[in-house]
Design a protein around this ligand. Structure first.
Ligand code: SF4
Length: 452
């Protein structure tokens, strides 16, 4: 199903769509305010972008360095070529430990690999411990935003879900009350899980350690209580040195939510005595993307979500309209690399206003890549209604006589044609808009008469 059709579903509740738009704009605004307090903000963006350029140019070397250092720190390192291999590695570790229930902190990669349904199918209970993720998990929904997974839901919705799942008071929408109920519920899960799964925000080649950033401390809580940690990391998450981390930690939370820094930036370097630490390095299409000269920059993404918060299309169409794990502008340049046919409508879900590129803390040229994908998709799809009509328009606009005659004919036709034809299903443009009033004469005729 294409983006415009799914967006229509979202827009069928205009009040909610308006609220979604305004809420995300509020987050964008917070980002703007806080970045203006950092005089060197633009230098930080440049530096982050350059560090990531270096990573992409030397990814093989940094990954091998990371593996060596991590192994020396007693971390078990696994490599997964794709989602299937990743999921089987996780399951293998769980079976070794006879584990039937795990806690998991936020990890877009595990969503990308569809780990939850895979584990559940294999008899493992998965509990997402990020509050927003737990809420959408109760609804059997994927996250609609990479940083704010339940941003499409209002307090009232959450109150109803908690009443049903956690037996909270009916109608009580107090955020503190609901959060407290979630804490009690999650605490039980934390205490009983033998294995904790986390994502990875940064893997440091120089030291073999990795860093996980959360606002709720749920990754730390899970890891410290469990016997085994499994960290799932996309191979592009490598940074060369520990000192590079400061650059990224300064830009990540400011870009994401307008906070000075994420509440918990936890460094994992080696397992505690008697415990195990595993890290899975996952490719799943990343090296293919790296080989695409025009699109490889998309791998610089640090998943801050700022491009979503600013995008006029994302704000007005909601995360689910993209049908991909990573929605919004960055998802629209990553997803076609995974499946061009399936995600062919996404690069068109943009005004190409460039706001995404302006806010991106690692300076990805997102709107240019969206435009590039459009060219690729159009080439791939061959002639369609739009390209044929553009060709016809090109012929008309470049021939003065044809332009004059067709203008005259159209003006005449629009006056007499019934609305059933002018606003038929072929006129998708006219679904949300009225055609302009037909002028009596062409500009050329008017000019001849009035500007002699
Ligand atoms: S593309 Fe840039 S703005 Fe968008 S999520 Fe990634 S880092 Fe953030």
């Amino acid at each position: 199903m294409s983006h415009p059709i799914k967006a229509q579903e979202f827009l069928s509740d205009p009040a909610k769509a308006k609220w979604h738009d305004e809420t995300l704009w509020f987050v964008r605004d917070k980002r703007d305010t806080i970045t203006k307090t950092i005089p060197e903000w633009e230098q930080l963006r440049d530096l982050a972008s350059q560090i990531k350029d270096n990573v992409l140019a030397n990814l093989d070397r940094y990954l091998v360095e990371f593996e060596q250092k991590a192994k020396a720190n007693n971390i078990h390192v696994h490599w997964a070529a794709d989602a299937e291999e990743h999921n089987h590695i996780v399951l293998g570790i769980l079976r070794q430990h006879d584990c039937k229930a795990i806690v998991k902190s936020k990890s877009i990669l595990t969503e990308e690999c569809h780990l939850n349904p895979f584990l559940e199918k294999n008899g493992v209970e998965v509990v997402d411990t990020d509050l927003g993720e737990r809420i959408v998990q109760f609804l059997n929904q994927p996250p609609s935003h990479i940083v704010l997974p339940a941003i499409h839901l209002k307090k009232r919705d959450i109150s109803e879900i908690f009443h049903e799942k956690l037996q909270t008071e009916k109608g009580n929408e107090d955020p503190s009350y609901l959060t407290q109920a979630a804490r009690v519920h999650l605490r039980e899960k934390f205490l009983s899980a033998k294995v904790a799964i986390t994502g990875v925000n940064f893997g440091i080649a120089e030291t073999g350690e990795f860093v996980v950033c959360t606002n709720e401390g749920n990754a730390d809580m899970g890891v410290h209580l469990a016997d085994v940690q499994i960290a799932c990391m996309g191979i592009e998450k490598i940074i060369p040195r520990r000192r590079d981390l400061g650059v990224f930690l300064r830009i990540l939370a400011r870009s994401a939510t307008g906070q000075p820094v994420t509440n918990y930036n936890s460094h994992f370097r080696s397992p505690a005595p008697g415990k195990q630490m595993h890290i899975i390095l996952v490719d799943n299409g990343r090296t293919d993307q790296l080989a695409r000269e025009k699109f490889k920059n998309s791998l610089k993404c640090i998943r801050c979500g700022a491009c979503m918060n600013t995008c006029p299309i994302y704000r007005r169409s909601g995360g689910f309209s993209y049908g991909s794990v990573v929605p919004g502008p960055i998802g629209s340049i990553l997803s076609p690399g995974l499946d061009l046919k399936k995600y062919s409508s996404l690069p068109f879900a943009s005004t190409l206003c460039g706001s995404c590129s302006d806010v991106c803390p690692v300076k990805i040229n997102i709107h240019e890549q969206l435009y590039e994908w459009r060219q690729e998709i159009t080439k791939e799809q061959g002639a369609n209604a739009k390209s044929i009509s553009m060709k016809i328009a090109n012929g008309i606009f470049s021939t003065p006589f044809a332009y004059k005659i067709s203008g005259k004919m159209l003006r005449g036709a629009l006056k007499i044609l019934p609305e059933a034809i002018t606003y038929s299903s072929l006129n998708t443009w006219g679904k949300q808009r009225d055609l302009p009033e037909v002028p009596k004469e062409s500009f050329k005729d008017w000019y001849k008469k009035n500007r002699k």
